[in-house]
Design a protein around this ligand. Structure first.
Ligand code: ADP
Ligand code: MG
Length: 267
């Protein structure tokens, strides 16, 4: 199964992705997480450091794919999760979608792509240009991380539009929203009244999740020595279980931008 996790910058995609990946591994799945954000820190809490990117490795080997071995680009992360960072085009030049395409091409040539039960693409999605929509070409399900605010829901709606578009030609469904860093969900609920889609989970702001980033650990690793944190892991296990149950999801009917401004504004 292939998952693509989208959402506004800084909303918690990578944090959520790493913990979902470990949750899926805990359920016995062989998992690969592919960071598709040029920021290349997607897998940081799985490995504890910034692993070399596919683009770095390709450049180093002068784009000779035949000189690259799986261990040059696939790194072992916590809980048995394998990790890849696609990396970015040179700053201010090139296309992120090209990078994702090269990553998938290389993994296929290494016979690594079909080896996993679950591949999770962690993708930035403030504005989904064709390039950053590229992982949707490979995904069975999209997941969107959002908080209860206008900007993240506006981004979510843009992502929903991309899913709707890709679903015309690919067997892609939107599994739903993951609320993050919010105890309120009134705007999320308003949005899904207009654009119906499931909400898989809503995680509050949890100081230990913030700290997990600084420590370079997932919540599962932290919970090994701090059992009180198991309740946080349960949020991620719940999301993993819903995904593994192959939810029906939706092909969303996104809202027009102006309607969304009217819907989510207070005036
Ligand atoms: P993105 O990948 O969407 O850019 P990150 O996963 O890097 O976002 O998260 C940004 C910051 O927010 C990180 O420091 C992370 O630890 C923190 N964070 C994410 N989710 C939560 C949460 N539920 N509670 C507290 N902090 C969070
Ligand atoms: Mg990220």
């Amino acid at each position: 199964m292939r998952l693509a996790v989208y959402g506004k910058g800084g909303i918690g995609k990578s944090t959520t992705s790493c913990n979902i990946s470990v949750a899926l591994a805990r359920r016995g799945k062989k998992v690969l997480q592919i960071g598709c954000d040029p920021k290349h820190d997607s897998t940081f809490t799985l490995t504890g450091y910034l692993i070399p990117t596919i683009i770095d490795t390709l450049q180093e080997k002068d784009f000779h794919y035949e000189d690259i071995w799986p261990e040059d680009v696939i790194y072992k992360g916590y809980g048995g999760v394998d990790c890849v960072e696609a990396g970015g085009p040179p700053a201010g030049a090139g296309c992120g979608g090209y990078v994702v395409g090269e990553t998938v091409k290389l993994l296929k040539e290494l016979n690594a792509f079909d080896e996993y039960d679950v591949i999770l693409f962690d993708v930035l999605g403030d504005v989904v240009c064709g390039g950053f929509a590229a992982p949707l070409n490979y995904a069975d399900y999209a997941l969107i991380v959002t908080d209860n605010g206008f900007d993240a829901l506006f981004a979510a709606n843009r992502i929903a539009a991309s899913v709707r578009e890709k679903a015309r030609t690919h067997p892609l469904r939107l599994a739903g929203l993951i609320g993050n860093r919010t105890s309120k969900r009134d705007l999320i609920d308003k949005y899904i009244e207009t654009v119906p889609m499931p909400v898989l989970e809503v995680l509050p702001l949890i100081e230990d999740i913030r700290v997990s980033r600084v420590k370079g650990k997932t919540l599962f690793e932290m919970a090994e020595t701090e059992a009180v944190l198991n309740y946080v892991c349960d949020y991620y296990l719940n999301i993993a279980d819903q995904i593994l149950a192959l939810p029906e999801g939706v092909v969303p009917k996104d809202a027009a931008d102006r309607d969304l401004f009217a819907l989510l504004s207070d005036f």
